[in-house]
Design a protein around this ligand. Structure first.
Ligand SMILES: C[S@@+](CC[C@H](N)C(=O)[O-])C[C@H]1O[C@@H](n2cnc3c(N)ncnc32)[C@H](O)[C@@H]1O
Length: 273
């Protein structure tokens, strides 16, 4: 029998888009991420993902960007085995199981209390070593985290739901809390803002997005003087494109030479502080 689907607000329910995206990627003959846990949860709650109208191209992009953020976290942890990891707006993602950090690392998943409670109900215990149930725009939650360890921070699918002021202030609090670290999040271009209002798959989140979008990867450097761009990861140029289905592979190959075209697609932005 399927488990009861938690009663989320529309903002919290945005987690189904990314979770189902990764689950659908896992069902492809050549998955990009291969997130079996996402697939398992979607099956366990018998989530009606068809209602979300997620095209397979979007599922692949969601999986691909998650993989790029996993890689940023894994590389950071390899260099800093004493690190703390943060997944901001973690939803029901079991990233810590994919990146498998050593026991010297403390991994924190932060999302609204209802989402953290749902993680405890739907995911195995080791998928949430430290769950923090909080509104990320509330400054208090960071007090629970150590201040003396380098931090790798990922925010996969969060940025669209914060205003620019909220994002800048969150980045500022993170940067002043930790001695050093890296941050990676999905790019949210002006084209994505425009497309999101027109794409059936995004209908469920249209009323809850706030971020205005930006195209220049250097914009966040102006949010805080300590924030420096490490890499604008234009996913069209990444090796996984070789495993994309033909049409999507061709579209990515054609856009890859142009940064401005690639920015209209899937981008992960990676900074250090
Ligand atoms: C699109 S989902 C992405 C979830 C997850 N990162 C993933 O990839 O599956 C966005 C997540 O951000 C969370 N979120 C949005 N605004 C938030 C806030 N102010 N405080 C805490 N969580 C927030 C939502 O609850 C949701 O789980």
């Amino acid at each position: 029998m399927a488990l009861t689907i938690p009663d989320f607000t529309p903002l919290q329910a945005s987690l189904w888009l990314t979770l189902c995206g990764r689950a659908l990627d896992n069902r492809l003959s050549h998955p990009i991420l291969g997130d079996q846990m996402a697939d398992e949860i979607v099956r366990k709650v018998d989530y009606d993902y068809k209602n979300l109208h997620i095209p397979s191209s979007s599922a692949i992009y969601i999986a691909h960007r998650a993989k790029k953020m996993d890689e940023v976290a894994q590389r950071f942890i390899a260099r800093h085995p004493d690190a703390v990891g943060l997944d901001l707006g973690a939803g029901l993602d079991s990233r810590v199981l994919r990146i498998a950090p050593p026991p010297t690392v403390d991994w924190y998943d932060i999302d609204f209390p209802e989402v953290i409670a749902a993680r405890r109900q739907l995911l195995p215990d080791d998928a949430t070593p430290h769950g923090v149930g909080a509104d990320l725009t509330d400054p208090g939650w960071l007090d629970l985290l150590p201040t003396d360890r380098p931090a790798v921070i990922v925010a996969d699918g969060l940025i669209a739901f914060l205003s620019e002021e909220e994002m800048i202030s969150l980045a500022g609090r993170l940067i002043s809390h930790f001695p050093s670290g890296e941050i990676a999040f999905n790019g949210y271009s002006r084209f994505a803002v425009w497309a999101q209002k027109r794409f059936a798959g995004a209908r469920t989140i249209t009323g809850v997005t706030k971020f205005p979008g930006f195209d220049d990867p250097r914009v966040p450097e102006r949010w805080n003087p300590k924030l420096k761009l490490v890499k604008e990861i234009l996913c069209s140029r990444e090796p996984e494109v070789a495993a994309f289905p033909l049409g999507l592979r061709l579209a990515n190959r054609l856009s890859a030479p142009s940064a401005s075209l690639s920015r209209k697609g899937n981008v992960v932005l990676h900074y250090r502080f």
